[in-house]
Design a binder for this molecule. Structure first.
Ligand SMILES: Cc1cc2nc3c(=O)[nH]c(=O)nc-3n(C[C@H](O)[C@H](O)[C@H](O)COP(=O)(O)OP(=O)(O)OC[C@H]3O[C@@H](n4cnc5c(N)ncnc54)[C@H](O)[C@@H]3O)c2cc1C
Length: 374
C-alpha cells in the first residue's frame, strides 16, 4: 500500500458512508461512488436499531454520537406479538433496552453531512472494475474511468465488487415481504396496534410486522412463504394487485390486522435473499468488501446495519494502521467470523417466525428474554 493510497468506496449506504467518515477523521480521503442521483432519490426504508457494541460504537468512533442522540428514539424499543385472530399475546414497552431506533434517512443524512462536500459522487453507478496495467483498479461508471489503489465494495446485496473476489451469489430464502407505509394521523387503528416499537402478528407461514418510525410514520411488512417465481411475478404487479394478492394470502385473519394490508401504501416487494453463511474469499491486494456485500442476511436478526457499521470501523482501522494489506486480510477474517452467528440467527429467526407454529416459537423467545431461565 502506498503512503497515500487512492481509495474508492463503491456504495453510499450506511457502511460505505461510515467508512468514508472514519477515514476522513483520520485525514485520509476517499471517494464514494453512489448510484442514486441524490440523497432523497428513493425512500431509504424503515427504522434501524443501533446496538451498543457495533452500530452505536461506530457512531462514537465517527464523533457523531450527539447527532445520533438527537435523532434516535429510545422510546420506540417495545415489542408486541399478536396471533392471527388479533389476540395480543405479549406486550412490553422496551424500558431498559439499549437499542435506540433511528430512521434510515436520518442516519444517511448524519453521515452525509459529516463528509467534505464532493466526497460522494451521486448518479455514479459503477458498471465495471478492472485491473489496470499500473497495478491499480479502474472504476468504470459507464464511460468515465478512474484509477484507484484500493476499491472497497460497500455496494450491498448485488455487489459488483464481490464478483471480483468470489463466485457466491445471494440465494432466495423462500419468504417475500411487501413493504407498506402509514401515516399515524390517517391510520389511528394501525397506530394503536403497533404500540411503542414493533409488532408482529404471526400465523402459519405468514407474518405481519408494524414498525414505528420517526415523524408520525409507521412501516409495515407483510411476509409470506412463496416460490421465487411467484415472488418475481408479485414484484412485477401494480400496487393494487399486490394488495389484492396479499389479502387473498391472509384471508381469515382478524379484521384489525387485515386493516394493515387494506390501508397501507404499497412501497415495495422484497424477496429475501442471503449469501451462504460464512461467505469468504482469498484476500486480494487492493480489493475488499464490507456490509451486505460481504454477508447479506435476512433482516430477522436485526444485525445487518450494525455489522455494516462495525465492518466500516474495523476496515478504517486496518487501512490507517500502516501495516499494509496484511491488516486488511486480518479485518476480512475477523469480519467473516463475526458475521457467522448473526447470519445463523437471522436465518433461524426467519424460518422460525414464518413457519407452522411460528407464533408459539416467537412467544417463547420473547418470554425467555424478559424471564431468563435460572
Ligand atoms: C426490509 C428490510 C428491513 C431491514 N431491517 C433492518 C433492521 O431493522 N436492522 C438492521 O440492522 N438491518 C436491517 N436490514 C438490513 C440493512 O438494511 C442492511 O444490512 C444495511 O443497509 C447494509 O448496509 P450496506 O451499507 O452494506 O449496504 P446498503 O444499505 O445496501 O447500501 C448499498 C449502497 O450501494 C449503492 N450501490 C449498489 N450498487 C451500486 C453500484 N454498482 N454503483 C454505485 N452504487 C451502488 C446502493 O444504491 C446503496 O446506496 C433490513 C433490510 C431489509 C431489506
Amino acid at each position: 500500500m502506498t503512503t497515500n493510497p487512492l481509495i474508492a468506496i463503491i456504495g453510499g449506504g450506511p457502511g460505505g458512508l461510515m467508512l468514508a467518515r472514519l477515514l476522513n477523521v483520520r485525514g485520509v480521503a476517499a471517494t464514494v461512488f453512489e448510484r442514486d442521483a441524490h440523497a432523497d432519490e428513493r425512500p431509504q426504508g424503515g427504522s434501524l436499531d443501533l446496538h451498543a457494541e457495533t452500530g452505536q460504537r461506530a457512531m462514537r468512533a465517527a464523533g457523531l454520537e450527539h447527532e445520533f442522540s438527537a435523532e434516535a428514539r429510545p422510546e420506540d424499543q417495545g415489542d408486541r406479538l399478536y396471533d392471527a385472530d388479533g389476540t395480543l399475546l405479549f406486550d412490553r414497552d422496551g424500558t431498559g433496552d439499549d437499542r435506540p431506533e433511528i430512521d434510515r434517512t436520518a442516519l444517511r443524512r448524519i453521515l452525509l453531512e459529516s463528509l467534505p462536500v464532493g466526497t460522494v459522487r451521486w448518479a455514479s453507478g459503477v458498471e465495471a472494475i478492472r485491473s489496470g496495467a499500473d497495478g491499480r483498479y479502474e472504476v468504470d461508471t459507464g464511460g468515465f474511468v478512474e484509477s484507484f489503489d484500493i476499491v472497497v465494495g460497500a455496494d450491498g446485496a448485488w455487489s459488483r465488487v464481490r464478483s471480483l473476489l468470489s463466485s457466491a451469489r445471494p440465494e432466495y430464502e423462500g419468504v417475500t415481504l411487501v413493504e407498506l407505509g402509514f401515516d399515524t394521523q390517517r391510520h389511528p387503528g394501525v397506530d394503536a396496534l403497533v404500540g411503542s416499537g414493533k409488532m408482529f402478528a404471526i400465523g402459519d407461514d405468514r407474518v405481519l410486522i408494524g414498525q414505528r418510525n420517526g415523524h408520525g410514520h409507521i412501516r409495515g411488512y407483510v411476509g409470506a412463504r412463496m416460490s421465487e417465481t411467484a415472488a418475481l411475478a408479485l414484484a412485477g404487479l401494480p400496487a393494487e394487485h399486490v394488495r389484492a394478492e396479499m389479502l387473498r394470502v391472509f384471508a381469515g385473519w382478524a379484521p384489525s390486522l387485515l386493516d394493515l394490508i387494506e390501508t397501507g401504501d404499497v412501497l415495495a416487494v422484497r424477496p429475501l435473499h442471503a449469501l451462504p453463511i460464512g461467505h469468504r474469499w482469498a484476500t486480494r491486494q487492493g480489493l475488499t468488501l464490507l456490509g451486505d456485500a460481504a454477508h447479506l442476511m435476512s433482516p430477522f436478526g436485526g444485525e445487518g446495519v450494525n455489522l455494516a457499521l462495525a465492518d466500516a470501523m474495523d476496515l478504517a482501522d486496518a487501512l490507517v494502521s500502516g501495516e499494509g494489506w496484511p491488516a486488511v486480510a486480518r479485518y476480512e477474517a475477523a469480519m467473516t467470523e463475526r458475521a457467522i452467528p448473526a447470519a445463523e440467527g437471522a436465518a433461524e429467526g426467519l424460518h422460525a417466525t414464518v413457519s407452522t407454529g411460528g407464533v408459539a416459537t416467537v412467544l417463547d423467545h420473547y418470554r425467555s428474554r424478559v424471564q431468563p431461565v435460572a
